[in-house]
Design a protein around this ligand. Structure first.
Ligand SMILES: [Zn+2]
Length: 234
């Protein structure tokens, strides 16, 4: 199964360019994501956005990029995919082992996703690639990402920049390498309808708290690898 998927992946990535979000700009106002499931269930999330992004932290840029895409529905800029990237993807073992701490996953437990610089936990990445293969077959382009694994430090910076919104470091499922944030052209429109219908087949889902009427912030872009999250006991 994985061999077949890998074969398709390589073909697909040769034919279709990878897409990346490059429209980051400081100062965009935006609602953000990041409460954990536990936090979201515990109470309402403050949706008040900061007046401006004041620090060029990686997380802030990621959010600005995502917001720009979400607000404008702008098409992302194509970027050539190297064979080395495709090869790296094919080499992800999908195996995770050893003690793990949120935001402190070892390199051995992480794999690259198809869009740099994003990574996630190896088992989540393998299923995400299978989902991306199916998406690419349907839409002729890879799924576009705005976030994956975040280190403890990255989450702490995000929290500092957006204290009323971002989850505390050590609590986000991004810190477990089990979450992906998608661009608007992937979670919205026909692509989003496909994602909601097919993502769960690959173990990926938009958590209930993030859905319309859910207990947390409305975050249609935030998807989690359900088997991994369940194993955490959340
Ligand atoms: Zn997220």
């Amino acid at each position: 199964m994985r061999t077949i998927a890998r074969g398709f992946l390589i073909v697909a990535m040769v034919v279709a360019p990878a897409w990346v979000a490059t429209s980051a700009s400081a100062g965009l106002r935006h609602a953000s994501d990041l409460p954990t499931t536990v936090e979201a269930l515990a109470g309402p999330v403050d949706l008040t956005p900061p007046a401006a992004l004041t620090a060029p932290a990686a997380g802030s840029l990621e959010h600005a990029s995502r917001s720009a895409l979400r607000d404008s529905q702008a098409a992302p800029t194509p970027m050539a995919t190297t064979s080395a990237e495709a090869q790296a993807a094919a080499e992800c073992s999908g195996v995770v082992s050893g003690p793990m701490a949120n935001g402190q996953l070892t390199a051995a437990n992480l794999c690259d996703l198809w869009q740099k610089p994003y990574k996630d936990r190896a088992d989540a990445v393998v299923t995400a690639f299978a989902m991306n293969d199916a998406f690419t077959a349907k839409f002729g382009r890879p799924m576009c990402l705005t976030s994956g694994y975040r280190t403890y430090e990255e989450q702490a910076r995000l929290r500092a920049a957006e204290p009323g919104i971002a989850a505390a470091a050590g609590t986000s499922n991004h810190g477990w390498g089990l979450a992906i944030d998608f661009c608007a052209n992937t979670y919205g429109g026909a692509a989003g309808a496909w994602l909601r219908a097919n993502g769960p087949k690959f173990g990926w889902d938009n958590p209930s708290w993030a859905r319309p009427g859910g207990s947390g912030a409305f975050e249609p872009w935030h998807w989690e690898y359900v088997p991994g999250v369940k194993a955490l006991g959340k």
